[in-house]
Design a protein around this ligand. Structure first.
Ligand code: B1M
Length: 210
């Protein structure tokens, strides 16, 4: 599709208004919010990531892409969140200490809300004390942690080890995700599951909460 190719280009170029317009156009054409999200925005960000890795794009440019993506997500959010699904449980989620990537986490939060979970989003750069305080305050069934950097993902183990020390590890189901993670890593740090993407997070949460 021409429009999808155009949107990938616009995302690459950080064109916020064009992304908003493209998002609306695809919806008008009958695309589901989920397809708009995955096939244009997430797929476009994939390309940005490759050129960022290869030194073709730099932080300021990628920030513009991220802002454009967020503008598209803001349009999709109410559509993804309002499904009237029956109440399923509560999840506290945050990006770990030292890490400020939040697009993936936000997307997981949106999809979880759409599936009927209550989501408490702590934000980015979350240290163990903040996770603990939120668990204490909100008593969630699920804890979600996101990390996009190989240097920050080990912090998940710090959080889980602390839950063990405090004797509350069994009270929450711990789900972890983020591009550099995998199932082995999730097992090593003692999480309950690795979630490859937002849709898998919803499925995993549903199956583990029963
Ligand atoms: Co950064 N960055 N970045 N970055 N950035 C990556 C992650 C990188 C892979 C790029 C690359 O080199 N190819 C690389 C990491 C390399 C590594 O660790 N091995 C990298 C780097 C190096 C950095 C900096 C160090 C760059 C620098 O300063 N020199 C710096 C670090 C800042 C910090 O955190 N301290 C940095 C900064 C930034 C920006 C600020 C410019 C921007 C972030 C803006 C923002 O988030 N608000 C940014 C971006 C945008 C990226 C890329 C291009 C895209 C990330 C993204 O949003 N993807 C990224 C490249 C890539 O990932 N391929 C990259 C789209 C999103 C939908 O996917 O986040 O994977 P993702 O989330 C998915 C799944 O992973 C999963 O579900 C989501 C939806 O399907 N998931 C979860 C994620 N979290 C989950 C939690 C769960 C469950 C599932 O809980 C239950």
């Amino acid at each position: 599709e021409d429009l999808v190719a155009q949107m990938k280009d616009d995302l690459y170029d950080g064109m916020k208004e064009e992304i908003e317009e493209g998002t609306r156009l695809l919806l008008d054409r009958g695309w589901t919010p989920y397809d708009v999200l995955t096939k244009s925005l997430v797929a476009g960000m994939q390309i940005v990531g490759e050129d960022f890795r290869d030194g073709i794009l730099f932080v300021p440019e990628v920030l513009l892409s991220a802002n454009a993506m967020k503008a598209g997500m803001a349009i999709l959010r109410p559509l993804l969140v309002e499904t009237g699904a029956p109440k399923q449980g509560k999840m506290v989620i945050g990006t770990v200490k030292g890490d400020i990537h939040d697009i993936g986490k936000n997307l997981v939060g949106m999809m979880m809300e759409g599936a009927g979970f209550e989501v408490v989003d702590l934000g980015i750069n979350i240290d163990v004390d903040k996770y603990l305080a939120a668990i204490e305050e909100h008593q969630p069934e699920l804890l979600g942690m996101s990390a996009l950097l190989t240097t920050t993902m080990p912090y998940m183990k710090v959080v889980i080890d602390t839950l063990v020390q405090k004797g509350i590890r069994e009270k929450v189901i711990v789900l972890v995700g983020g591009a550099p993670l995998n199932e082995d890593f999730a097992n090593q740090v003692g999480a309950d599951a690795y979630c490859r993407d937002a849709a898998v997070t919803v499925e995993t949460a549903r199956s583990l909460i029963e």
